[in-house]
Ligand binder design. Structure first.
Ligand code: 13P
Ligand code: SF4
Length: 303
C-alpha cells in the first residue's frame, strides 16, 4: 500500500475527514474530502456531524477556528509549525489600545488572527465577505486588522473609514506580487484576465480585472468566458484552477509566490498525525466562547 492508500484506510477506520485549503500541495488536495477558502472550510468544520476527527490541512488560525466552532471534534493540524505570519502580527494589547483610542468604533478582525485576538472583536470576516461585514455595521469608522491591504480595499468598496491595526499588517506571500510582472505577462498573453487576492498591494489591485478570495477566483475562472488568466495569489491554487478548467490557461503572476507555511503539510506528516492522533488543536473555553460569538456573527452576514 502506498501512503495515499494508507491515509484513505486510516481515514475510514478512524472516522476522519480531511479539509484542505486551496493553497495546499496537489497531493493533499487530491486526498482531501473538501477543498475551499477560509470561510468555506470554517463552515464545513462547524457543520461536520459524522466524523470524529477533522484533519485540518492548512495553517494554525484555520484549525483553531475549526476547534472553536466544533469543540466536540478532535481537530488535528498535520504540522504544528504551519503558522500564518500575518496572524502573529496582531496582539491582544494592540486591540485593547485601539479600543481605548476609538471607543465608539466596532472592531472587525480578519479570520487570519489567533483565537485570543478573535475573542476581543465584535465580528470576524474573511476576504470573501469583508465588504458585506463592514457594510452591515451601523458605524462609519471601524477598527480593522491585521491586513492593511484588505482594510484599504474594503474602505474603497464601502466608503467607510477603516483604522488598521497594526498600522502595517501584511501577508508576506501576497506582497511578492508586482504590477510590473503582470504588465510583462500581459504583453506575452494579450487579453488575459488578471485575478488578484485582496491581500495584494493597491498597485496590484489597480491592474486586476477581478479581486476576490481564493474560492471566488475559482468560481470566477469557471464562469468567465476568458481563456487565459494571470493569477495573483499563492501558487497552490493553480492545481485546482487547472484541474477544474482543463481547457483554460492559468499563469501565476509571480513564480515565487509560495506560502512556506501552507506547504508544511505533507502526506508523511498528515499520515503520522492521523495515525498517532497528534497535534490536537485546543482552544481554552473562555477564549473559545468569545471567539465563537465573533465567528458566528460573521456567518449571520449575507455575502
Ligand atoms: P482565502 O479566504 O481567500 O482562502 O484566504 C486565506 C489566506 O490565507 C489568504 O492568504
Ligand atoms: Fe498567511 Fe499569507 Fe500564508 Fe495566507 S498566504 S496563510 S495570509 S502567510
Amino acid at each position: 500500500m502506498d501512503l495515499t492508500d494508507k491515509i484513505v484506510k486510516l481515514k475510514k477506520d478512524k472516522k476522519a475527514v480531511i479539509l484542505a485549503h486551496n493553497y495546499q500541495r496537489p497531493e493533499i488536495q487530491e486526498i482531501a474530502d473538501y477543498i475551499g477558502d477560509s470561510i468555506e472550510l470554517s463552515r464545513k468544520a462547524a457543520e461536520e456531524k459524522d466524523a470524529e476527527i477533522i484533519v485540518f490541512s492548512a495553517v494554525d488560525f484555520m484549525a483553531e477556528s475549526a476547534a472553536i466552532l466544533n469543540p466536540k471534534k478532535k481537530v488535528l493540524l498535520p504540522c504544528l509549525g504551519a503558522r500564518c505570519p500575518m496572524a502573529q502580527m496582531l496582539t491582544v494589547d494592540a486591540i485593547k489600545q485601539a479600543k481605548k483610542l476609538h471607543p465608539n468604533a466596532p472592531v472587525v478582525l480578519y479570520v487570519n488572527t489567533l483565537a485570543s485576538a478573535k475573542a476581543q472583536c465584535d465580528v470576524c470576516c474573511t476576504s470573501a465577505n469583508a465588504v458585506e461585514v463592514i457594510k452591515s455595521l451601523d458605524a462609519e469608522t471601524v477598527i480593522f486588522g491585521p491586513d492593511r491591504n484588505l482594510a484599504e480595499y474594503v474602505s474603497e468598496k464601502t466608503g467607510k473609514t477603516l483604522i488598521p491595526i497594526p498600522e502595517w499588517g501584511f501577508c508576506p506571500t501576497h506582497l511578492l506580487f508586482q504590477p510590473e510582472d503582470v504588465k510583462v505577462l500581459q504583453m506575452q498573453h494579450p487579453g488575459a484576465t488578471v485575478m488578484v487576492h485582496p491581500e495584494c498591494s493597491s498597485e496590484m489591485r489597480k491592474v486586476a480585472n477581478f479581486i476576490g478570495s481564493t474560492s471566488k477566483m475559482c468560481r470566477y475562472a469557471k464562469e468567465s468566458n476568458a481563456k487565459t488568466f494571470i493569477v495573483g495569489t499563492e501558487e497552490g491554487i493553480m492545481h485546482r484552477l487547472r484541474k477544474e478548467n482543463p481547457e483554460k490557461e492559468f499563469i501565476l503572476a509571480y513564480e515565487g509566490a509560495v506560502c512556506p507555511n501552507m506547504k508544511l503539510t505533507t502526506l508523511d506528516r498528515l499520515y503520522v498525525a492521523l495515525k498517532e492522533e497528534k497535534n490536537v488543536i485546543k482552544v481554552p473555553e473562555p477564549i473559545a466562547a468569545k471567539a465563537r460569538a465573533s465567528l458566528e456573527r460573521m456567518f449571520e452576514v449575507k455575502a
